[in-house]
Write a protein that binds this ligand. Structure first.
Ligand code: WTA
Length: 651
């Protein structure tokens, strides 16, 4: 069970309730409460109905076949995701509607109507095909937040190739590992990316990553130009703009994919050092992504949707690309950092593009709180009508600040709980129906049978906590872990028979509302990014001076959790500030800057059980200055006292 007593105590005192306003309810897409009951009584009927919002080349025959833990949704159905997200809109009144309004960090911008987007995507599909990409092949995409990123995703989907996006903040080693695991034949990257005016050397990272991998071709988007100083390797590297210029401008026929064909892989951290390639399929994923923007985000044709996530994470996949575009919406996509050139950049974007729905992470909201309300105040935010949050538990203070200073008390807030594995939001209010409580993701969305259960899988009574689970299969559930079905079965279906275990602890309040408490496994959530403790530990012990390392997440005011590493060095190695810096850098280079430990504590020994297991919970207690619980299983209790003393010293 999660050990976050302070969050729980705080939450249980929360009594504020925010019912939807009558005017919001009246116009909401989902404003009839009976949808919850209907979906609960007949989830397959509900999802089959929602799937009708997509265009199918061939209708499906069978809604669900379920042989736990393997689900197949919409069998017999044939469709193409890109046809649904782009081409069908080009044939109607949305043809010249803005699909993507893109804002570059340096201030450049580009707008793509659905028709323009369609032409770019078709050309890119021709280009990829001429470079040898075929249906079922894996393509790795390592790009900054530029238009070529969604264009690449959509081009892959048009061909029926499987994309695997690797966040641009990952190191070359992390990229390499993902390329090899996916067995990807082609990589799309950029010369470099912009971040706070500085360059991120994506091509240089890619050069290191692809050596001796199955990747034979590297397509390079020129984002920065000469300044990036890249070298192109003849026979392997091609410039995007050159290859695009050679590609035919004719329409690219959409591949007729089976509903269960794989749409994408997306790697996420787990309890071992090896990242998991989460597998999502065509029909089920798109159905729930599409339903979610219509229900949770109440998307209408005149909305402008700004999701601040990076497409390198699942939130960007579902809520920048597939969800909104399948619904024919207009999205805003921003390349850079929220504080560049000033701390009002997001509010400037909201004003400039008339954003009506804003979706961001609690860690960003806490940062905005720290910067102060003067930044949003300097802008006209009256276009906003709905706000969302995702990625980690939101503290009620941040929720209230968002509500007052961004939503001006007028915009409902949808706190959406979900995961890479679930494909789309699973627990979230429907803004026209659900009264919200600051800090609670409220209740499962229609068609999702989520609950909080005890050790035996029994539903806990209101007022109790336990494991978050999802009892029944749902269309956008992961189908497996790429290349490791056994790990899929064990990780998600190993604890309760036929019931999905997300790995989060939760509390159910007297009204049946769900309060997410945090991970119950060895995964840390730093600023909404999932990082496995084992990944950081392996990075640390790969340094030649390190003997052993234990990594924990401790509470952090802005990031939610921060990484603390306890490290023992090899005999004769001198510890000190410079080694701290070196080890932090080593982790950043091994994984990516987001995994850089906040603090490193050198210790002569790590607290272990008699069977030799590192007691992480104890380390967490030490790092958070909590009173220590039972330490009787410790092999050497004196280790704790010396650790506590050392930790205090280091502060
Ligand atoms: C956490 C991101 C509380 C949770 C979409 C989950 C949340 C993990 C929330 C998934 C939320 C996500 N409230 N916790 N609203 N949303 N989480 O795969 O621990 O990057 O298991 O997907 O983030 O992270 P992932």
């Amino acid at each position: 069970m999660p050990n976050d007593d302070s969050r729980l105590a705080n939450l249980l005192h929360e009594t504020r309730l925010f019912p939807p306003s009558e005017s919001f309810r009246k116009d909401a897409n989902f404003n009839d409460d009976s949808v919850y009951d209907r979906a609960q009584q007949d989830p397959e009927g509900f999802w089959s109905e929602q799937a009708q919002h997509l265009s199918w080349f061939t209708p499906f025959e069978n809604v669900l076949s379920w042989e736990p833990p393997h689900a197949k949704w919409f069998e017999g159905g044939k469709l193409n995701v890109t046809y649904n997200c782009v081409d069908r809109h080009r044939q109607g009144p949305r043809k010249n509607k803005a699909a993507i309004m893109w804002e570059g960090e340096p201030g450049d911008s580009r707008v793509f109507t659905y028709d323009m987007l369609g032409r770019e995507v078709d050309r890119a599909a021709h280009m990829l095909q001429s470079l040898g990409v075929q249906r079922g092949d894996r393509v790795t995409i390592y790009l900054p937040m530029i238009p070529e990123l969604p264009i690449s995703l959509l081009a892959c989907a048009k061909i029926g190739a499987i994309h695997s996006v690797v966040f641009g903040g990952f190191s070359s080693k992390a990229l390499r590992e993902r390329i090899i695991d996916a067995d990807a034949k082609l990589l799309i990257t950029a010369d470099a990316g912009w971040r706070r005016g500085a360059l991120i050397p994506l091509k240089a990272n890619a050069d290191e990553a692809v050596v001796d991998t199955p990747t034979e071709t590297v397509v390079v988007v020129q984002r920065v130009g000469e300044k990036a100083g890249v070298t192109m390797q003849a026979g392997r590297d091609v410039y995007w703009h050159e290859a695009m210029a050679k590609a035919p401008s004719a329409p690219f026929p959409a591949a007729e994919m089976d509903a269960e064909d794989i749409l994408f892989l997306l790697y996420t951290s787990g309890t071992t050092g090896k990242p998991k390639g989460i597998v999502h399929t065509t029909g089920g994923y798109l159905t729930v992504a599409n339903t979610s923007v219509r229900s949770v985000f109440d998307m209408k044709d005149d909305d402008v949707f700004f999701c601040t996530a990076d497409i390198g994470w699942v939130t960007g996949h579902t809520y920048i690309v597939y969800g909104p575009l399948s619904a024919g919406a207009t999205v805003v996509m921003y390349e850079g950092s929220p504080d560049f050139p000033g701390r009002d950049r997001f509010w400037d974007i909201v004003e400039k593009y008339g954003v009506s729905i804003l979706y961001t992470a609690p860690t960003s909201i806490r940062t905005f709180m720290k910067w102060g309300a003067q930044y949003p105040k300097a802008h006209n935010l009256s276009s906003l009508r709905l706000l969302g949050t995702v990625g980690e538990p939101i503290n009620p203070e941040a929720w209230m600040w968002y509500h007052e200073h961004i939503g001006h008390g007028r915009c409902p807030i949808v706190d959406t709980w979900w995961q890479t594995e679930t494909g789309a939001a699973m627990i979230a209010p429907l803004p026209g129906l659900t009264a919200t409580k600051p800090g609670s993701a409220t209740r499962p969305v229609p068609g999702i049978d989520a609950d909080v259960v005890d050790e035996n899988g029994q539903s806990v009574a209101p007022g109790n906590g336990g494991y978050l689970v999802i009892r029944k299969p749902w269309p956008s559930m992961l189908r497996t872990i790429w290349g490791d079905d056994e790990r899929f079965r064990k990780t998600y279906y190993g604890k309760f028979d036929g019931i999905y275990l997300p790995g989060d602890g939760a509390h159910k309040d007297a009204d049946g509302y769900v309060w997410i408490l945090g991970r119950i496994d060895d995964v840390i959530n730093v600023s909404g990014h999932r990082i496995g403790t084992m990944e950081v530990e392996s990075a640390l012990v790969s340094h030649h001076m390190v003997a052993e390392a234990a990594v924990i997440g401790r509470s952090h005011d802005i990031k939610g959790q921060a990484i603390t590493a306890f490290v023992t060095v090899k005999e004769g190695i001198a510890t000190g500030e410079s080694l701290v810096a070196e080890l932090k850098q080593h982790v950043a280079e091994s994984i990516g800057a987001m995994a850089r430990p906040e603090e490193i504590i050198f210790t002569a020994e790590l607290p272990k059980t008699r069977s030799g297991k590192i007691m992480r919970r104890l380390l967490r207690d030490i790092a958070e200055g909590r009173v220590l619980g039972d330490t009787t299983t410790l092999a050497d209790p004196s280790v704790v006292e010396s650790l506590k003393a050392q930790y205090r010293e280091s502060e």
